[in-house]
Design a protein around this ligand. Structure first.
Ligand code: TYM
Length: 333
């Protein structure tokens, strides 16, 4: 039995990028690997590394919990929990900070990008963020971490920290593997296809589709996506990044490969392609929104989160105690 774990930050409403790069893949893995154990969580401690409005954060945490389930995860084989409700994450995060070097953290692309954007000062937690992410993963003897491409550097660091700890103190942590989808690991902004689609964008942004956007708005955003002027539906990421990104979205949802899509739209132009894609995306997200509406105010959601918190705490406590002992903390050997 393998342990499969991943997390999403509640820093806004999840985007189509989060869905295609992560959530949809989680559901697929869960359907394919019925023998494995699945842990998914709401990375709220990660969210507060940049300033958050408390009321919005609380709402985003709950929305994200409901959206995990609304995307089709099977609750019977799932530990779904809120990171801050399992105190061991922060404790193991500290152990990982004690293993990580400044130079390693300074090299993290996401830190560099995010600290450049920060207007109110860069927090120390934003800097040490990857150590907490390593803790999230290593607390559960995780084998596989399904993520989008942007998280692979953090995962590489997690592996380095696990190996470093094991070498220094004897074998303690399983060294995890990252898992990215072949198609969809990096969905780009619809208005600027050279930039990643990101939930930290302004909610009114036309380049980003949020999973709780009104369906009509979703269609509009797809139809007004930036494309080049030659109007030939062809996958060519370097020269035609706009249409290539839209084809990636099309392929992720329909399962059709680029050649099949190209053949379907020979001589048809972008208008027809975008209009079909708008319907495809809208109907996929409409299903999620229907499920979401049933869940968001249900007692079932709280029950699932309570059960997830208890199970995660049990597993995390065991692993944290082991790490403490190895380091020499605590009175018992
Ligand atoms: P976050 O919240 O930024 O993103 C959640 C997941 O969505 C993927 N993703 C994308 N995939 C494709 N195209 C995009 N445009 C796109 N944008 C985001 C991300 O790669 C990710 O898989 N640090 C993590 C959260 C985290 C975590 C963890 C993940 C905390 N601890 C432990 C795995 C394991 C983050 O900020 O993800």
């Amino acid at each position: 039995m393998a342990v499969i774990l991943s997390g999403i930050k509640p820093t806004g409403i999840p985007t189509l990028g989060n869905y295609l790069g992560a959530l949809k893949n989680f559901v697929k893995l869960q359907n394919e690997r019925t023998e494995d154990k699945f842990l998914f969580f709401i990375a709220d401690l990660h969210a507060i590394t940049v300033p958050q409005n408390p009321a919005e954060l609380r709402a985003n945490i709950k929305n994200l919990a409901a959206l995990y389930l609304a995307c089709g995860l099977n609750k019977d084989n799932l530990v779904l929990f809120i990171q801050s409700e399992v105190a061991e994450h922060a404790e193991m995060g500290y152990i990982m900070q004690s293993m990580a070097y400044m130079g390693e953290m300074e090299r993290m692309t996401q830190f560099k990008e995010k600290s450049r954007k920060q207007e109110t000062g860069v927090t120390t937690a934003l800097f040490t963020y990857p150590a907490l992410m390593a803790a999230d993963i290593l607390l559960y003897n995780t084998d596989l971490v399904p993520v989008g491409e942007d998280q692979l550097q953090h995962l590489e660091l997690t592996r380095d920290l696990a190996i470093r700890f094991n070498n220094r103190y004897s074998d303690t942590f399983k060294v995890p593997e990252g898992l990215v989808t072949k198609v969809g690991a990096r969905i780009m902004d619809l208005q600027n296809p050279l930039k990643k689609m990101s939930k930290s964008e302004d909610p009114g942004d036309k380049g980003c589709i949020f999973l709780l956007d009104p369906i009509d708005l979703i269609k509009k955003k797809i139809k007004s996506a930036v494309t080049d002027s030659d109007s030939i539906v062809k996958y060519d990421k370097a020269n035609k990044p706009g249409i290539s990104n839209l084809m990636t979205i099309y392929s992720c949802i329909t399962g059709e490969d680029y050649k099949t899509i190209e053949a379907k739209y020979v001589g048809k132009g972008y208008g027809e392609f975008k209009s079909d894609l708008a319907d495809i995306v809208a109907s996929e997200i409409a299903k999620i929104q229907d499920n979401y509406k049933k869940l968001i105010n249900s007692s079932e959601l709280d029950e699932i989160l309570d059960k997830g918190r208890d199970e995660a705490t049990y597993l995390a406590r065991k692993q944290l105690s082991k790490a403490y002992r190895k380091v020499g903390l605590g009175r018992k050997k």
